[in-house]
Ligand binder design. Sequence first.
Ligand code: NAD
Length: 690
Amino acid sequence: PRSNGTSSAPQSYVLVTGGAGYIGSHTVVELIENGYKCIVVDNFSNSCYEPIARIQLLTKTEIPFFKVDLTDQAALERVFEQYPIDSVIHFAGLKAVGESTELPLKYYHNNITGTLVLLETMQKFGAKKLVFSSSATVYGDATRFPNMIPIPEECPTGPTNPYGKTKLAIEELLEDLYNSEQTRWKFAILRYFNPIGAHPSGIIGEDPLGIPNNLLPYMSQVAVKRRQKLFVFGNQYNSRDGTPIRDYIHVVDLARGHIASLKYLDKIHSSEGICRVWNLGSGTGSTVMEVYKAFCLACKIDLPYEIVGPRSGDVLNLTAKPDRAIQELKWKTTMNVAESCKDLWNWTTRNPSGYQAKGVVNKFFGAPNDYRCRLVTVGKGSGFETSFTNLGATLVDLTICGKPVVLGLGDESEYVDDSNPYLGATIGRYANRISGGKFNLQGNAYQLALNEKAATVHSSSQSFHRKRFLGPLVQELKNNVYVVKFVLFDAAESFPGDVEVSVNYEIDVKAQTLSVEYEGRLIKDESTVMNLTNHSYFNLNQFQYTDCGGTQFEVLSDRVVEMDTKNRPTGQIVKWWEPSQFIFSSTESQYDTCFVTGSKSSIDTRSNELKDVLIAQHPESNLKLTVSTTEPSFQFYTKGPGVTKSRDERYGFCCEPGRYINAINLPQWESAVVLKKGETYGSRTTYKFD
Ligand code: NAD
């Protein structure tokens, strides 16, 4: 992955507490874009790992993550022991006003004890800078004073609920700590007004658990019919239309406010301290009905709503006076309510069920508490389930009516074991055989490690099957159609050039189709070699898992790449000498043959039509697999040595579409595997089951 941070940025880390949450996740994106290196801790009490995986894809950066509850000092200290942390942005906290009045102990314990433990740990490890998420709630009803709307930081505080009181108590704690050692601590207290919207990419956004407490997430759930109608609490306020006035701020603007305050703290001399409050708001108030109309305009739906009585504790007007932030932090909002609504709607339509797409189950696949390796199952409960892991962007399982049709292993450790014959993995940077493991590119000779007597197969030790891809991003494109996207940044020592490779699986649950699309780009140097494929072992006999004998094959090709007696491609394409339809009987000879599909060979074959190239069927299960590809050839493979330690070599068959075998050493085929700067490698293959 891209290094987490740039050379101009400080080499120490920013710890983001609550970084899997709404504002935290958007701030992590901005931190990375501004060259900061960050670590996230969260206890997932109001979030999940999904946004972290998505941010890694969005920013193309690996982000260390630890599931830590801030009240657990030992766990937090382990994070500080592992990383040099000099600043903290502290989002972790409970925030539901209504719940806080019912469960004050929970709120005081979580928010205040969590912050105390954090500050003690910072003190112990010498971290001095903290940006704290406070809230406009600390002001209470500012209309009780004359001339306090818009609200300046000098407005006297007076929170009206336990949540707001925890925020004020933490502000006071920070003030006291600063006063005890004014040359040590640098504290930025940010009082947010009403954050709304989502990242313009539509990849991250707000996904509250349970019934949303805030206007915008509630409206978006009404728009996608997760809720019936909007309730407007009171229309008898002394405002333009009788509904209360709030200061709404795009969450990306708010996130940037954190970068501005962190930079402000960074500039303060190391022998000086600070503890200062800044309002983060737009300075413009909007009524509930104005925001309602803006959102209806963005989603082009007249959302049903009902006016009900005012909520206790609600006040007429909470609009910020943001002048201090504008002058001192050189920060101001850049996006208005209409733009926020547009981004919110974009996020909502791409993720109608938030981070938890319907029929998708997330698990972890590596060692306990290692969040880097995930197992994502798509189509759960549908009769067509597919599971993928980050390691090798591997297809771990594909079940039809609960029975597997591909071979898979139990966890990450089994996949990294030497006995794993690339089960289900993405093969790269160069799939299939390179004779002698040697090739020349732009006048330079390259030698890869051999893993066969006189050849390198599937890139040998440099293969993608042991590399952790970023992601996946899992989205439901439309009903029952999902995309699972992985990205890898690969700087393999024995190949020239650094590359970015994305693997997009598309799963159509109803059509029982799995498609895979590869895209590769050079990100450093002038050229490299590339040939990508998937190495799934299929077994369509759903009743007898130890032998795929009996499978009926039809190869939709009558030509193959000729091999010499030492199994080296001669560079000739010759007629296939056996029948195109055959049964893989128990005594049948085994296959390792490169068939030619007739499709045009080029670096990006995606403009070719998807051509059916192999049909496999098993008489007992009556299951049929049709493989279609845009690629010029496919390796048909049924032999060992040994599929796994415990399984014999007849356990599955492979159909690996790709470029001609050993193309890099054959001038007539070479151009389809040489990826030059500015070009895109691409291919598409589909596996359809009937
Ligand atoms: P959020 O709930 O989406 O994010 C908070 C995150 O903190 C969650 O991921 C949660 O799992 C985590 N968390 C809570 N307690 C934790 C603990 N003890 N240890 C570790 N992680 C813990 O909320 P958000 O909207 O992103 O708000 C972030 C911060 O900003 C909160 O402190 C909130 O009070 C404050 N704030 C939010 C708003 C708003 O309207 N969203 C307004 C003003 C202030």
